[in-house]
Design a protein around this ligand. Structure first.
Ligand SMILES: [Zn+2]
Length: 424
């Protein structure tokens, strides 16, 4: 009976822990966090939430608070982001995307109404040669380029030409590819959109109406959120382990649509939060453990670069760094970037997995500049970047939602990483 009660309690506490982490992730993905980007202060709201959570679970700040501030320019879409055909609005993120560096459809600070454009389709062979025959472009024309059904080599040239066009004319890139949005630190003067070929036919007949409001934030203040758990004894003399995950995402594309960034990377923050709770409950003997939720990753690894250039702890005192990004769908296991550089640590990770059979695959991958471990590795800090592999391919799009996360192997990865961390 007692055993039964104990196992019930255990099951409850494991379930409780799990539910807490899921709620944490769901909160980061909610509309009130605005896609953790640069419209309505989404990234700042997320920073406040994460720091408060760090404090609640017992992480200590390294400085006087949990924040490390830095700034950078970023193009934003704070108001209207509309594309109408025959008076009917198309769905942002599904039928069309506004390029991250798109300019407005009218003056930046006076853009209350949409503007009509005549759609002119560019001859792709002509465009391949040069953009000169499309210059100058009348101000009421938007140049459309069908950038599909082209060989990969030619496509590269065409994509370059599209960028060249966008420097002097409104441009529409017509595609059949999955939409993938990003963040830009620069702004064009003219509107620049991507539309799905499936809705393009309707535009050929007449005109379209575009209403894009933009604001270039020249000096946006972002914050890395940093907390740590001191080693059990003599913490001041102990080296450090780092666990990192970026919390920023792409934000809003107008007030009507936002990018929740559930897999990328609310999921990694959930993992960080969950592991931090375990370490806070039972600190390490030999290491202080630092937890960093980085800002500015999607804008070009800016937060982690800033940290490496302004370290709060001497870089040589970091024994190892684990960076987590895309943790929400582990059906096919994980990939370990830098595994070829740090053989001993990778062998240990494999061994732990072989014993407990947590994951079907731990895939090796060499160095790559694809997340926040990169500048640490470049500065000589041993690091792995770990991401999950699974059927969830919702990447940098409006479909990367909390509901789409399977959480497959989430607990297994947490156990594996905890064992790995406690083994140093
Ligand atoms: Zn990411």
């Amino acid at each position: 009976m007692r055993l039964l009660i104990l196992s019930c309690l255990l099951a409850f506490s494991v379930f409780g822990q799990n539910q807490l982490t899921k709620t944490y992730i769901e909160t980061l993905c909610s509309p009130s966090f605005h896609g953790r980007g640069y419209v309505n202060g989404g990234d700042s709201i997320a920073a406040g939430f994460i720091s408060k959570s760090f404090q609640e679970i017992g992480l200590k700040p390294i400085d006087e608070n949990y924040f490390q501030e830095f700034h950078f320019p970023v193009q934003t879409f704070p108001g209207a982001c509309e594309l109408k055909v025959d008076g009917e609005s198309l769905i942002p993120g599904v039928h069309f995307l506004v390029a991250p560096n798109s300019g407005p459809s009218c003056a930046e600070f006076d853009c209350k109404k949409g503007k009509s454009y005549r759609v002119v389709t560019c001859n792709v062979e002509k465009l391949y040669q040069s953009t000169s025959s499309f210059y100058p472009c009348p101000s009421n024309v938007i140049l459309a380029v069908r950038s599909f059904g082209i060989s990969p080599d030619s496509l590269k040239v065409i994509k370059t030409r599209i960028r060249e066009l966008s420097a002097f004319a409104p441009v529409m890139d017509v595609t059949r590819d999955k939409f993938t949005w990003s963040v830009s630190q620069t702004a064009n003067a003219y509107p620049f959109i991507q539309v799905q070929d499936s809705v393009f036919e309707r535009m050929l007949e007449g005109s379209i109406e575009l209403h894009i409001e933009t604001r270039l934030l020249k000096d946006h203040v972002a914050k890395n959120v940093i907390g740590y758990v001191p080693a059990k004894k003599n913490a001041k003399r102990k080296p450090f382990l780092f666990l990192t995950a970026h919390y920023d995402h792409l934000g809003r594309m107008g007030q009507a649509s936002y990018f929740p960034g559930a897999n990328d990377n609310a999921s990694g923050n959930g993992m960080l939060y969950s592991i931090a709770q375990q370490i806070a409950k039972q600190p390490l003997e030999k290491y202080n453990v630092v937890f960093i939720a980085f800002a500015g990753e999607e804008a070009g690894l800016i937060g982690s670069k800033y940290y490496v250039e302004h370290p709060l702890i001497p870089m040589k005192n970091i024994r190892f760094l684990l960076n987590l990004d895309i943790m929400g769908s582990g059906e096919e296991g994980i990939t370990c970037v830098n595994s070829t550089l740090f053989k001993k640590e990778f062998d240990r990770l494999i061994q732990l997995n072989d014993v407990a059979h947590y994951l079907p695959v731990i895939k090796q991958r060499g160095p790559a500049a694809n997340s926040d471990h990169y500048f640490f590795t470049a500065a000589g800090v041993p690091a792995f970047f770990i991401y999950t592999m699974g059927p969830n391919k919702n990447y940098h799009d409006v479909f990367d939602t909390f509901e789409a996360l399977s959480f497959d192997k989430f607990d297994e990865i947490e156990h594996l990483l905890l064992e790995f961390i406690r083994g140093f």
